[in-house]
Design a protein around this ligand. Structure first.
Ligand code: WTA
Length: 661
């Protein structure tokens, strides 16, 4: 079990109590918190069942809460019938049709506002348009778009007609896109011709065209690509019959679209994420349970109020953008900001300007963004009126205490609680987080599981660890918002998340290690598998390694994470050249050329987000006699840690000295 944390750091913390004024207005106070926890412990199913009955508008209510007869393929609210888009839009029309649903701020500063009524109309028209071109319930539709109102319309419309979206982050390359299209067997793609991000033009339709060239038509065929004309002056290539402009899809469509009523376990989306293997896995989420998770966390963790202006800075291509842009905020009827650009464009205070301009109350971002902004200095936020803020959130990676304190003091003016939310693509919604009106905060700790989530830290045998020891973070009971399987890979789902060698496969294994402090607070230490967390983006080391070894001069590669001041984790690669280009013969120029070529391959295969920060060319990698690369050793080396493990099992122990940095 890797122990990344320093015990002193975990046990010598400062505690921040919540202000009385926040406590007095909080949705969940101590009494409610205790009641929720008590209920969850005493009658787990009733706890979730009651919430599902009250928080979701069912077309036909369910009678069975949890079906665990085929564990771990759990089913929640199985015989209930609903539509997720109905819950995000239609149910608000009676009381808040004219409330602003989305304030969209474009990269160039243009602002577009849309009410619930308008969004409903646009979703209905687009949903009708999708049906008119043949999209049916259960069909997979790729969404490859910028952060925009249209991306939300696309996702909501797909949900409305019972189809399944698979959003691909716009930073992924055409090859990565093609892999996802093929794996999901998606027949439709919704994209944008081009958009600007940080002033740079990004042409996604071109990437779609490239992806389709890479797909053998005998294996898989795309029926239609719908293109939003975001940048009208672009010369967009249109393939007749296959490509359709967004406007033509919605043209003359009816403004009402009766939702497709689906059962609670009907698939809502597939989202690909990186794991230990070379190929990303398609995480499948279904309707009722997922929706419930996003709603309760909006209310409990984000303390959502009708008067809030909520802003989650994530991209819709990641799970945070799904749960806390597309679904959670709309399901509770919030007004939210959606931003197309980057924090520092056109000026370094863009985030602070936006908070001031839109009077944002709830701001949810990633530690990497905070660290970037700290670099630019405290005067920038101080020059803006950020007094509308009342709650701050952090997600994606452990937040270092220095960044936490800056966020708390400079951005939140020492009055806004920070909810450090630990969760995953697989869990669908926040799992561990302070409940802000109740629990005191400690910088760097995500505090404890939210009510109804039975998370514990255990050793291999399933025994709870003692405070100060590190162990596996697991969730012992099924929960409504969890993934249902890996798309087309049920066996892999069981092996990855319910492995036999940890507690006999009884628990959901998160893939993170964690510690408890003496107050029972949870501290996430990091991944236990070969997954990196670079600027809050999840990347598999094997995916990167297989891209590196595509270079004709490279024999093998091992990628590990190295602590990085801004990104959290940087990508470090040990690379072995083929015999005929041994490293002894490599000049510094050769190494630079090779590095650039390798990064070009990575950009093409995965996307620029996976570019390597540092490469060390080496003669060989440390391997066991069975040929397995000992990554832990490599991790120790890049972190400058002492190597404490037994290296006598290495096939080539002498190699260690040649690897040192
Ligand atoms: C890490 C992102 C510490 C963790 C929502 C997890 C965190 C992985 C936190 C999931 C946090 C996420 N503190 N670590 N608050 N939030 N992580 O699937 O390692 O992109 O397993 O979901 O990010 O990343 P994913």
């Amino acid at each position: 079990m890797p122990s990344l944390a320093n015990d002193n750091f975990i046990n010598n913390h400062t505690t921040y109590s919540i202000t009385t004024s926040f406590i007095n207005q909080a949705n969940i106070n101590q009494v409610k918190f205790d009641e929720l926890n008590q209920k969850a412990h005493n009658n787990y199913e009733e706890f979730w069942g009651e919430l599902a009955h009250t928080k979701i508008s069912w077309h036909k209510p369910f009678t069975t809460t949890l079906n665990n007869t085929k564990a771990p393929f759990y089913k929640w609210f199985e015989d209930g019938v609903l539509n997720v888009s109905y819950n995000c839009l239609d149910r608000h029309l009676r009381s808040k049709a004219h409330k602003t649903a989305i304030i969209f701020e474009a990269d160039d500063g243009a602002i577009t506002k849309i009410t619930y009524q308008e969004l409903h109309t646009k979703v209905c028209q687009f949903a009708n348009g999708l049906k008119s071109i043949g999209v049916k319930s259960g069909d997979r539709v790729i969404v490859y778009m910028n952060n925009s109102i249209e991306a939300i319309i696309a996702m909501q419309s797909i949900a409305r007609i019972g189809a399944i979206h698979s959003v691909v982050f716009g930073g992924f390359s055409s090859i990565a896109l093609a892999d996802r299209i093929i794996d999901a067997k998606a027949e439709y793609i919704i994209t944008v011709n081009g958009y600007h991000r940080g002033g740079k033009l990004i042409e996604l339709k071109k990437m779609v065209d490239e992806a389709l060239i890479n797909i053998d038509k005998n294996i898989h065929q795309i029926k239609h690509t719908i293109i939003h004309n975001r940048t009208p002056d672009l010369n967009t290539k249109i393939t007749p019959h296959q490509d359709i402009w967004w406007n033509d899809v919605v043209d003359n469509q009816d403004k009402e679209c009766i939702p497709e009523w689906v059962t609670s376990e009907h698939p809502l989306f597939i989202l690909y994420t990186s794991g230990s293997t070379g190929k990303p896995k398609g995480i499948l989420h279904t309707s009722g349970g997922y929706l419930l998770g996003t709603i309760v966390t909006m209310e409990w963790v984000f303390d959502y109020k009708d008067t809030d202006c909520y802003w989650c800075t994530a991209d819709v291509g990641w799970i945070t953008g799904h749960s806390y842009i597309c679904y959670g905020p709309l399901a509770v009827g919030a007004t939210q900001v959606i931003f197309e650009g980057i924090p520092t464009y056109p000026s370094a205070d863009r985030f602070w300007q936006m908070i001031e301009r839109h009077k944002v109350t709830t701001f949810y971002t990633a530690p990497t963004a905070i660290r970037n902004l700290i670099k630019l200095g405290a005067t920038l936020p101080k020059n803006h009126n950020l007094s509308s803020l009342r709650l701050l959130g952090s997600v994606g990676e452990p937040i270092n205490p220095e960044a936490w304190k800056w966020y708390y003091e400079v951005v939140g003016n020492s009055k806004c609680p920070i909810v450090d939310t630990w969760w995953q693509t697989e869990t669908g919604c926040n799992m561990l987080s302070p409940i802000p009106g109740v629990q005191a905060l400690k910088p760097g700790s995500c505090v404890s599981p939210i009510p109804g989530i039975m998370a514990v830290i255990i050793d291999e045998n399933g025994n709870s660890i003692k405070p100060g020891e590190s162990g596996y973070l697991v969730i012992t009971k099924p929960f409504p918002s969890q993934l249902r399987t890996i798309w087309n890979a049920d066996d892999k789902f069981i092996k990855t998340y319910y492995p036999q060698d940890i507690a006999d496969g009884r628990y959901y294994i998160a893939g993170d290690s964690a510690q408890l402090d003496t107050d029972g607070y949870f501290w996430i230490l990091g991944r236990i598998d070969d997954v990196l967390n670079v600027s809050g983006h999840r990347l598999g080391t094997m995916e990167i390694e297989s891209a590196i070894t595509m270079h004709p001069s490279i024999a093998e590669a091992a990628v590990v994470g190295k602590p990085h001041a801004i990104k959290g984790e940087g990508i470090f690669a040990f690379v072995v050249c083929k015999k005929d280009s041994s490293i002894k013969d490599l000049s510094q120029d050769d190494k630079t050329t090779l590095t650039n070529q390798i990064n070009a391959i990575i950009s093409k295969e995965i996307g620029a987000i996976a570019k390597i920060d540092e490469i060390k060319f080496v003669e060989g990698l440390p391997k066991t006699r069975s040929g397995k690369i000992m990554r832990r050793l490599l991790r120790n080396i890049v972190r400058g840690e002492e190597i404490t493990q037994d290296i006598s099992t290495l096939e080539n122990p002498a190699i260690i000295n040649t690897l040192k940095l």
